[in-house]
Design a protein. Sequence first.
Length: 277
Amino acid sequence: MIKMKLMKKKNALLRNILNITLIGLVLGFFVLLFLVYKKSEYDNQQLDLLLKEQEKIQKTPKEDLLRSNVQNLLDGLNIKEESNFKSEQIFKHPKEDFAISVSNVVSYKLKNEDFSLLTAHINNDVSIKQYPSPTELYNDSSLSYYQFKDAVCLSNSKDSEFSCIHLITLNSLLTKYSDIHQAYTKKNGSLPQTTNLYKDLEITDSPKKPYKRASMLIGTVKNGAKIKTLFYKDNSWHYFRNEQGTLRCYDFPKGVIRDAFSGFTCLGINLTNDKLE
């Protein structure tokens, strides 16, 4: 009798322990679900913040991003620029055999000691690669090109100036100039003992589809880009001629060239400005 009572109490105790365990497991399961939900909610919030930040970066002009990155570099070295401004500089990609003159490059004027500190930091940073410059500039020890993660920069020790262009902007410009460069060298060859320098490329859609025309200044790194040249495009770009003053309308042969330059200003029979039809 006593044994039966003890067995019943033991069984009741076991049931209570089992019930408590089950309740604990259920509560633990719901707590776990709650924590997973909160973590997912937190992750979604972080993802939203990240996406908004990325969207903000994508909408921020590359020049502003570049200024911010350069400023962070200077701030990290406790360098305060004397002034910042926009300048015209020459850039060349190591895989290209021409250089381009770029306007509105972000430039910084530094104190001599700050410039030395900056260049020492750059030269000791293995992630920053020295960037080949045009052959004519190799002998100028005051100029050095550097490639950062998102920019190419030119340091000028003579003037203690540091100028940068966003890598995406530079690559976009080089791509745009590359086809025109191929058309020029196919017709004329490279300029002897020098690097071709191009500037102020302008591409225009002809009123007569699908033709295009382009003009740009060409010269050398040493002497600058001063000669205006004309190009036209059907399936590919072709060099037409140099433009010295206003061309005569009869200088444009009938056919593809005249169609590509339709609407172009030229001198008519009476030596007055006219438009190509």
